[in-house]
Design a protein around this ligand. Structure first.
Ligand code: GRF
Length: 205
């Protein structure tokens, strides 16, 4: 069975959606590990409540990013992790790390990529830009930020009375649908990556 690790730095509402999808049996995989670089992340409490193993790694305790990532990789190897899910993880993974897990790392970004790529506040930026539609994107992680092949996207309409909070909520709602779905498809071996394109194969009969 596929072993999954989720990396979080904050609230962990996406983690929660993933926990629930695994518990329901929608995702046929084991949620083996939740990693955080923030000791206070509510995501860690969510994981503990669901009896998922947690690891807090303090980046300040490592002399370099590579050393931090080497330690991280050791934990991942110990659990035989086959899919890494970035869910509000506020650190950029180096090419060294990404190359160890080609097409095995997912990220979720709160915009319709490539719009608002690289933004740390894509929800606010979309609102300020005046776009009429935004949304959420699940993509594979490659060596560039918010750049890898797109797995799933969902559109959200921006209405005149929307503010940052209401738009964030609408986008979060869609994220909580597409992230578990993308993981389910991966776990079923139904995602085929060819260049920038991700083909979703039908469920075998
Ligand atoms: C999400 O909006 C995601 O798109 C972004 O970080 C946020 C994480 O939210 N990468 P949460 O911690 O899952 O609630």
């Amino acid at each position: 069975m596929l072993n999954i690790a989720v990396f979080c730095s904050g609230e962990g509402t996406n983690l929660q959606a993933i926990i629930e999808a695994v518990q329901r049996g929608d995702i046929k995989a084991r949620l083996s590990l939740v990693v955080s670089d923030n000791k206070e992340a509510p995501a860690l409490q969510r994981a503990k409540k669901a009896a998922v193993k947690t690891i807090f790694l303090d980046p300040q305790e490592f002399p370099s990013r590579e050393e931090f990532e080497k330690e991280l990789i050791a934990y991942l190897q110990e659990e035989n992790i086959g899919l890494i899910v970035l869910a509000g993880f506020m650190r950029v993974l180096s090419p060294f790390f990404v190359q160890k897990y080609p097409n095995k790392i997912f990220n979720i970004h709160p915009s319709l990529l490539p719009a608002f790529k690289g933004s740390t506040n894509a929800v606010r930026d979309a609102l300020n830009y005046g776009v009429k539609f935004s949304g959420a994107t699940v993509h594979f992680v490659d060596e560039k930020i918010d750049n890898g092949p797109i797995v799933l996207q969902r559109v959200v309409e921006i209405e005149e009375d929307d503010n940052e909070e209401s738009l964030r909520q609408k986008i979060h709602h869609q994220e909580h649908i597409i992230y578990p779905l993308a993981i389910k498809l991966f776990a079923e071996g139904r995602l085929k990556v060819k260049g920038r394109k991700v083909k979703i194969n039908p469920k075998p009969q």
